[in-house]
Design a binder for this molecule. Structure first.
Ligand code: GLU
Length: 506
């Protein structure tokens, strides 16, 4: 495995702006972010938008904003600047044209005039005959002069790379030695035929395609490590050939394992592949999402002890300390939404209270609760009481509804406790106590009330606590009553008791 100790590390995240930032992309970004951070290196964000038909500026904006919400800052990028820009491939077309021309001049690439429909026909025929679907080489034999003449006459063409007919070997940091056998790659396009309107920007050389732009940029931008999904492994054979054609040093490659849904099928909308903003908007916190994502196909070193005391709960700073390529796993990772929820719950419980209060507020406002009407300290105490009960911030307003709703709801499970024979004297005892107690209701008052009920009604344990809880909160579960009731205050508790007695007929 490669170890890196200097500050020369340069890595990149290279999204195509054809959709929102999804969890798979965020995971790739995170791995790169952590690697750069660990070695004091540079993270570049490059927008791969040569597929103009599918790329939009709107998506680029969304992706960049989600990256920012995750807190994964990059040092170079379209909006961050840097010395090896521009960082949008659509703004680098002349660079690709120049490099493609170089390959044509050296006869390492040739113009291919075959139309898409002809290529499809040829591929289908080859497959039918049990032959490889590689390009059959029709245009490989056209002389340079002839090709240039045909172009001048208005024919359209892309440039095809003469693939090396030899084994290509990749020493991958995750997959080990990967051999691409001679003949497994046919001549491939490095630029495609320009569509109408693209001729001008194609500079007579065609519109550059992903495999080509990627290598030109990774080289020009000085990338030392390429950490990306295993779905790009098959592209690497072509990319290695381009590096070789230019005589460039190849970066270190690490192809990370696939992520499967909990049904072990390819990750899709149905089994967890939601966009990052949907997760964030529904109350998942960046810290939890990142912590969860990093463990999809990566494992911290055994001797690393996170400050949380839990082997799977690591802060981004801790991750940056211990992240290494050795921890990347070969086996596919499984995206388990339940685990993400659990992890989010851990962060809700353990992040500093003021942080949770700040993040919870918008969810209360969305639920129609005018948070600013309440004393800040009181509101923080309510959040603190209920944060242990939820694993999503969006569930907090409902969990704490007791404190904000005009009326109280009596749950069936709570009602059942009020119906039992032994509970009969309790409602009257509680009403009496509250009516004569002082306006503030302290934890000691609650203890006194429970003691009084225990003695006078002759109940203890669950038979005491459950009916008292049911009467004062309408619920069968919740935080400790000696915390809940003082926060609610005597008047509100008394109103609850009256309303619940009416609803339950007790
Ligand atoms: N633009 C490619 C993608 O979004 C990235 C390819 C790469 O990382 O080399 O999948």
């Amino acid at each position: 495995m490669t170890s890196q100790s200097s500050s020369s590390v340069r890595v990149r995240y290279a999204p195509s702006p054809t959709g929102y930032l999804h969890v798979g992309g965020a995971r790739t970004l995170l791995f790169n972010y952590l690697y750069a951070k660990k070695y004091g290196g540079i993270l570049v964000l490059r927008i791969e938008d040569t597929d103009q038909a599918r790329s939009t500026r709107e998506h680029e904006k969304m992706i960049l904003s989600d990256v920012q919400r995750l807190g994964l800052n990059y040092q170079e990028g379209p909006d961050a600047g840097g010395s090896v820009g521009p960082y949008r491939q659509s703004e680098r077309l002349s660079i690709y044209a120049q490099r493609a021309r170089e390959l044509f001049d050296r006869d390492q690439a040739y113009y291919c005039f075959c139309s898409d429909s002809l290529l499809t026909q040829k591929r289908e025929l080859a497959m039918k005959l049990g032959k490889s679907p590689h390009y059959d080489g029709t245009c490989a034999r056209i002389s340079k002069d002839e090709a240039l003449k045909r172009l001048k006459a208005g024919e359209k063409a892309g440039l095809r790379f003469r693939a090396y007919q030899k084994d290509m070997v990749l020493q991958d940091e995750v997959r080990g030695r990967v051999e691409f056998k001679a003949g497994s790659v046919g001549d491939f396009l490095i630029t495609r035929t320009p569509s109408s309107g693209e001729e001008e920007i194609a500079e007579g050389i065609g519109m550059p395609v992903y495999n080509f732009c990627c290598v030109i940029d990774d080289n020009a931008m000085g990338m030392t490590h390429i950490i990306r999904g295993e779905d790009h492994l098959s592209n690497t054979a072509r990319q290695l050939m381009i590096y070789e054609a230019f005589g460039w040093k190849t970066p270190v490659f690490a192809h990370t394992a696939m992520v499967l849904g909990s049904d072990r099928q390819k990750l899709s909308k149905r089994n967890g592949d939601t966009s990052v903003f949907e997760y964030l908007d529904s109350g998942y916190m960046p810290e939890a999402l990142l912590n969860f994502l990093v463990l999809l196909g990566w494992w911290p070193p055994n001797d690393f002890k996170p400050s949380s005391g839990h082997p799977e709960i690591l802060s981004v700073d801790e991750l940056a300390q211990c992240f290494n390529l050795d921890g990347l796993q070969k086996a596919p990772a499984v995206f388990d939404v339940q685990k993400l929820q659990w992890m989010n719950g851990q962060y809700i419980k353990h992040l500093p209270l003021d942080e949770i209060v700040k993040r919870a507020k918008p969810f209360f406002v969305k639920a129609g609760i005018e948070v600013d009407k309440y004393p800040a300290d009181w509101f923080a105490q309510v959040v603190d009481l209920y944060r242990v009960e939820v694993s999503l911030l969006k569930d907090l307003p409902k969990a704490a509804a007791l404190f904000f709703d005009a009326s109280v709801t009596l749950e069936t499970a709570a009602q059942d406790w009020l119906k039992s024979e032994k509970s009969q004297p309790i409602p009257g005892l509680i009403s009496g106590f509250l009516e004569s107690s002082s306006a503030s209701l302290t934890a000691d008052d609650v203890a006194t009330m429970q003691k009084m009920v225990a003695e006078k009604a002759g109940v203890k344990g669950k038979e005491l606590f459950m009916p008292v809880r049911a009467l004062t909160t309408g619920m069968a579960h919740g935080p400790e009553l000696k915390k809940v009731l003082p926060l609610l205050g005597r008047d509100r508790v008394l109103r609850h008791v009256q309303e619940i007695r009416r609803q339950a007929g007790v």
